[in-house]
Design a protein around this ligand. Structure first.
Ligand SMILES: *Cc1c(COP(=O)(O)O)cnc(C)c1O
Length: 408
């Protein structure tokens, strides 16, 4: 739907296939070179060159920043060392005493960062269920300076109506930033929906090959983008040239990857939908999903992430052990299919009570679908479920101990 709003002459697929290609003034290399140099020579002490020091800027990072800005439809992108660095960069926009609104079910690392900084009185923090209009109105009564949105949420794929949040933010002049990690600009463009800033963990779909940790912010307006770039240089969180090169390389295949991955996710969900061993499937593509209509209105696809709450007779730990094609790992959005039990892995840092409030049960399993063939993945889940269904028969849920402070 956001295609219609494209003012760029070139389609995003074309933009990323051509970004930096055959654009090397030194040797006409077709694939962009990596500029690893930490510093750049001045011709004259009075003539500041385009690049002088790699923390402030380097050609490899600029190529990725420009590509991401174009993809998200913003004025300026800033590439940083991780998704967490990108989120922390935003917090430089708020002064002590000012209010930040964040989703109650945001990414665990974001929750940890916001809570820790608020504890040091760097701002006032309000968590709200952003899918609940009443709670949202109550939070906005605090007149926020910055509102963070994350949709779909992790691991329950709750959908927040971005336009509704933007509407409320306009009334009080708040900055709205959307964490677009779960969908990427291929499936959702928050700036088109009125947000001021988009945030990414480029570790996930943007790079897509599970071999770089990185982050980015894209601002709709130049001045805000320049401000964020100033802070990235000031605090030293800017992204490395090699990582930028790798991430641009991964980015080139974003569209075919995510289109294939979400088609496969849809096939698997359709196959499992009526299985008696399943209590609930959290996938925005299902008509029964409470956010289905909103997702349809603001997304170009439903993505390749889903979570399943298995029935009590299923031993989910055994299920994970039996899966052959899914790697038990945190992170998401890569070419490889991953599986995790949020209660013992990604969300283990939360207390059992906090997990219960957030709706994360011990029988919840999160899937990130990769590029394997759908039929192979379905068959793998079936065989694992056959074993785990028997293993868990008659067994009541087991306890998971909150141990490591892990978030992915
Ligand atoms: C992974 C993730 C982050 C953190 O990114 P890192 O690159 O791991 O620092 C932030 N938000 C969301 C939604 C994520 O999935």
């Amino acid at each position: 739907m956001s295609d219609a709003q494209h003012t760029d002459a070139l389609r995003p697929e074309t933009l990323i296939a051509t970004a930096g290609v055959a654009d090397d003034p030194a040797f006409n290399s077709v694939s962009p070179p990596i500029h690893l140099s930490a510093n750049y020579a001045w011709r004259d002490p009075l003539e500041k060159p385009q690049y002088d020091y790699a923390r402030s800027g380097n050609p490899s990072r600029t190529q990725l920043e420009d590509a991401l800005a174009q993809l998200e439809g913003g004025a300026r992108g800033v590439v940083v060392s991780s998704g967490m660095a990108a989120l922390d960069l935003l917090l430089n926009l708020v002064d002590p005493g000012e209010v930040v609104i964040a989703p109650h079910d945001c990414y665990g690392g974001t929750h940890r960062l916001l809570t820790a900084r608020a504890k040091r009185s760097q701002f006032e923090l309000v968590y709200a269920n952003q899918t609940d209009p009443e709670e949202l109105a109550k939070a906005f009564a605090r007149k926020p300076k910055l509102v963070l949105v994350e949709t779909p949420s992790n691991p329950l794929l709750r959908i927040t109506d971005i336009r509704a949040v933007v509407e409320l933010a306009k009334e009080c002049g708040a900055i709205v930033a959307a964490d677009n990690t779960f969908l990427s600009p291929a499936l959702q463009r928050p700036l088109d929906l009125g947000c001021d800033i988009v945030v990414h963990s480029t570790t996930k779909f943007i790079n897509g090959h599970s071999d770089v940790v990185g982050g980015a912010v894209v601002a709709r307006d130049q001045a805000l983008g320049d401000d964020l770039a100033w802070w990235a240089n000031c605090t030293g969180v800017s992204g490395a040239p090699f990582d930028s090169f790798m991430t641009l390389r991964g980015l080139r295949t974003l569209f075919p990857r995510i289109e294939r991955q979400q088609a496969t996710a849809g096939e698997i969900v359709t196959h499992l939908e009526n299985d008696a061993r399943i209590e609930n499937i959290y996938f925005p593509g299902l008509k029964s999903h409470p956010g289905h209509e909103t997702a349809k209105a603001q997304q170009k696809g439903f993505g390749s992430m889903f979570s399943i709450e298995f029935a009590e007779g299923v031993d989910v730990i055994e299920l994970l052990r039996q899966l052959n094609l899914f790697t038990i790992a945190e992170s998401l959005g890569g070419f490889e299919s991953l599986v995790c039990t949020p209660a013992t892995m990604t969300h283990a840092a939360m207390t059992p009570e906090a997990r219960e409030t957030a709706g994360i049960s011990d029988r919840l399993v999160r899937f990130s679908i990769g590029l394997e063939h759908a039929e192979d993945l379905v068959r793998d889940i079936e065989q694992a479920l056959d074993v785990a269904g028997k293993a868990g028969a008659g067994k009541v849920a087991y306890l998971s101990k909150g141990t490591a402070s892990k978030c992915a």
